[in-house]
Design a protein around this ligand. Structure first.
Ligand SMILES: Nc1ncnc2c1ncn2[C@@H]1O[C@H](COP(=O)(O)OP(=O)(O)OP(=O)(O)O)[C@@H](O)[C@H]1O
Length: 281
């Protein structure tokens, strides 16, 4: 059975943010786990190719990582780790540098590695690196759905706006989903969305949808310190329950507009979007 086969439509979701430290990796990890608990077959791809975060967050010590796939030494199945609730994790390589230094051969290898993957999958969650690096933009714009994680701090808001603007103007992305993280209550989350929506609506021609909010929760911090996932270890705490609700929302209906047929196709989109020329320089 090829990747993506089966009756559930494939979802490719990028979790991104303008700024670091707003909870992007925490959201990606716990969303992936919550979607797996709902019965989806989930791969979590740590696309921050210079700073491996997902494996650190989960206390995993990968022997192999995406660099071994890029070198042609290992297949994706060989480097995948099994995480909580059956989520399969593709670890990033620490310190191999940005994706923007991949050779053409490595890009082609990455595409065929994903096309040939035999692990059944219907959901790919991509934890992108923070910032406006071109590889972050490529990864995000090739995804079907983009979740922008923002918290109520001026730098987070301005950086999230910058991310949306660049993805729209340089990569043609027209719809985004906003997730308000570390909020005090539901009203705070909606308020944060309203603030973002107002600025975005004033200056950009994009559709910003409100995915929902995750409260500030000490159990989330505790989980990170213990290198476990809150949705797995403390599933009844506030933040885990909020993330479950978001996973149910995403799992039910497509949150974006475009269709994705398979993971090989997803990586072709990354290369087609111009990364080829840039990657080989
Ligand atoms: N909802 C939350 N409540 C409380 N603390 C949170 C919440 N979300 C994230 N945090 C904490 O914020 C810190 C940063 O989280 P995380 O590493 O997920 O952010 P990030 O945006 O991925 O950062 P970077 O891009 O720098 O890796 C962690 O200590 C995490 O525990």
């Amino acid at each position: 059975m090829g990747a993506g086969s089966g009756s559930v439509p494939m979802k490719v979701i990028a979790v991104t943010s303008g700024k670091g430290g707003v909870g992007k990796t925490s959201v990606a990890v716990n969303l992936a786990i919550s979607m797996a608990k709902l019965g989806r077959r989930v791969i979590l791809f740590d696309a921050d190719l210079s700073l491996a975060n997902v494996d650190v967050a989960l206390g995993l010590r990968p022997r192999f990582d995406i660099s071994h796939v890029l070198d042609g030494e290992k297949s994706l199945e060989d480097v995948m780790l099994e995480g909580p609730s059956g989520v399969r994790i593709i670890p990033a390589a620490s310190g191999i540098g940005a994706l923007s230094r991949l050779s053409e051969q490595q890009q082609a290898g990455l595409i065929s590695a994903f096309s040939e993957m035999s692990v059944p999958v219907d959901t790919l969650v991509v934890d992108t690196a923070a910032g406006l690096d071109s590889s972050v933009l490529r990864f995000s714009s090739a995804c079907q759905d983009i979740i922008v994680v923002v918290c109520d701090e001026p730098t987070s808001i301005t950086d999230a706006y910058a991310m949306i603007k660049v993805l729209n103007q340089d990569c043609g992305v027209k719809s985004f989903n906003l997730l308000s993280n570390m909020v005090e209550n539901e009203a705070h989350g909606k308020n944060l969305f309203a603030k973002m929506d107002k600025v975005v609506g004033r200056f950009l021609d994009v559709k910003l949808s409100y995915l929902g909010a995750v409260p500030r929760d000490h159990q989330m911090r505790r989980a990170i310190r213990e290198q476990v996932a809150v949705s797995h270890t403390y599933p009844f705490c506030m933040s885990a329950r909020a993330i479950t609700r978001l996973a149910e929302k995403i799992g039910g209906e497509p949150i974006g507009e475009s269709a994705v047929s398979g993971l090989g196709f997803f990586f072709e989109r990354i290369v087609d979007s111009g990364v080829g020329a840039e990657l080989s320089t």
